[in-house]
Design a binder for this molecule. Sequence first.
Ligand code: XMP
Ligand code: MG
Length: 181
Amino acid sequence: MSAYYAIHDPLIERVLLTEDEIATVCSTLGARISADYRGKPLTLVALLRGGLVFLADLCRNIDLDLTLDFMAISSYGTGEAVRIVKDLDDDVAGRHVLVVEDLVDTGLTLHYIVNVLAGRSPASVAVCTLLDRRARRIADVPIAYRGLEIPDVFVVGYGLDLGGRYRNLPYIAVVRDEVMG
Ligand code: XMP
Ligand code: MG
């Protein structure tokens, strides 16, 4: 573990979830999703860029015939409004859509995305998030698959970033309070 650069980074306080713990979550969620969607046309939709790493591991734990697609959204202003920067490449009509997200915070991002996707005649839309930080929830978005609940701390690694950095860490780490202000 100490081989990874961020352990000695002054911005990082501690490791919250190890590589092994994340692998266990991916395997548990993958097994549940495999059972729930058996025989159904499934599309996993990852939200770029944070959801990418989780999607990569999760999809390899799902033993089903499925497709992958990607969406990028950007929040502007105070984060109350979001807009689509990159839309899906494929039509999801008639398909079961599972949105794969790294972390649900206020829930506003997913609330928006789920509404947009629901308007495209999918067979169903559900959410799978690796992390759930409930402390600041504003929009009550239903989470069908939840990896772990985390306390009210800012986290990086495994897709999550701080100013674009740290996404490649194989673990999830807590950023020091002083950094976030
Ligand atoms: P909302 O508030 O819409 O936000 O649920 C979810 C999005 O915000 C990003 N986010 C974080 N990214 N560390 C990060 O690197 C964090 O602690 C954090 N909290 C929220 C996240 O990308 C998610 O898509
Ligand atoms: Mg994100």
